[in-house]
Design a binder for this molecule. Sequence first.
Ligand code: ADP
Length: 601
Amino acid sequence: MNILVFNAGSSSLKFSVFRAGHEDAEELFKGSYERFRDGKCEFRFRHGETDERGTASIAGIDQAVEAIPAVLERFGLTVLDAVGHRVVHGGARFSAAIVLDDAIVAEIDTLTPLAPLHNPANLGAIRLCRRLWPDVPQVAVFDTAFHATNPPFATTYAVPKEWRDAGLRRYGFHGTSHKYVAMRAAQEIGVPASDLQIVSVHLGNGASVCAVNRGKSMDSSMGMTPLEGLVMGTRSGDVDPGAFGFLGRRFGLSTQEIETALNNDSGLKGLTGSSDMRDLEDRAAKSDLDAQLAIEIFAYRARKYVGAYAAAMGGIDAVVFTGGIGENSPSMRRRICDGLEFMGLRLDHDRNQSVHLANRAAPQIQAYGSRVRVFVTETAEQLMIARETAAALTLPAPVNEEIPVAVSARHVHLSASAVETLFGPGYQLTPAKPLRQPGQWAAAERVALAGPKGRLERVAILGPVRPRTQIEVSRTDSFALGIDAPVRESGKLDGTPVVTIAGPAGNLVTDGLIIAARHIHTNPTDAARLGLEDGEYVDVRIGDADRGLTFARTLIRVGANSFTEMHIDTDEGNAAGIGVGDGEEGEILQEAATVRSHSAG
Ligand code: ADP
């Protein structure tokens, strides 16, 4: 499939066309518009042997987006199957790439207060592209998504509860880059990422370090915004928040003025007047003391994070350098690695000097005998966006028509007002574990359920919030509560019984208690292949010969973003002799018998 990838910043627009599959993608075209000034900007288009540069009469990003269809047509790239968009902030809501529709765009818009400098540009491009290519599916890929696996102790700031409830927490950015380079290093080592502890060091105009613990992001140096952490081109990175009070009193600066200065006039630029590491290295070589100090601060801060993340993970197998500085500056890599011998990391200075990165190479530059490997590789954010876009649209299909079966333990879906009643005003749930259905997660928080006969403690909450609260229990649970719950399809809640949900800040008495009708989630592609239609019922055979069962009347639910999976509850799982996480598969037995393969049990 041909995928157009957009990376729209506040001052530049980068776009590429990839021919992409699930696992790989080939870049067919690469374009950019930048340096917008006086109604003009610079452009560059690369396609095969062609490399065009010049100045265009384009005043801003919106106009640049509108110019793209004609540019692509000129290069013969008229067939587009999807558009992938980089979105900087996905908040707590988006832990994976997602197919865009009006509701998702509106949800991304609600995250603008968290990323006022970044998300509006991304959203502007999304809105325009949906108008320009109304029939082409569009996907958002979030910089924050890779960090959705960070544990609460890494994401929580020690600040008043009311602030935390409003969404003030660490999210982390550059996720697409960190994920790619960590995967690339694991591939080079020849060991699954799930067996490795990797520190990824992305040093560009924006810079961050990420602890990739056994394939998952555990922590990263950027926080609620991309301002925290390392020294960057124009951003300060870590500063004492006490500076706000001092600067207000000393210079009468408003919070907005301080924020702007920390984002745009600090970092390397604040220290030397230039945000460009090449300039600084030239000046430092000519004994410019400001440039020398800036380079030392930059390296020292990065080295501290590498050490901190080795400690956070309790081990380290590899460090990966990427980004304009990480890829191109041997002296910066040396400065960062100097002094890390104590943890088994020694550079080979010759290898470090002679790094070649063409064709996605990932050379190793550690010395012979160094326990920790050191890689350099080009980051490939656009490529990853193309791959994730392809993956979001062509969801993994069940092998041999066998449907994965998941046993759902009792859980609740809460409305926003229910969250406030149970946890306090403005409270936002903490996503702790992504679920297989894209965009859905289990929250770190739990609630209790109470009925006339009994109470069920530590009941899971599944996010994101929904328009209406729904409580899903098994028949056995309904006996324990003493409430006769009906078997219902998700969302069909009228006339359902009332139950009490107990949270730390209060109780909620609400209807919505159901025993979920067993169902199969699937997407249009898989549904077409399996000959299934939304709303129909099928019989499904699950389990082995001893306790195998055929579940009659299993509802088919087709959703644009759904992962194909059958959901049954714990009573049903027990009856068929399978439990949560058993990796069981079911076989659909249709009247028409178009699908009939053996059960996996
Ligand atoms: P962005 O975060 O905007 O994508 P890049 O990843 O392109 O930024 O990184 C830009 C930084 O890389 C600049 O500070 C630039 O000076 C630096 N850089 C690029 N090439 C070199 C080089 N050969 N030596 C040192 N620094 C370099």
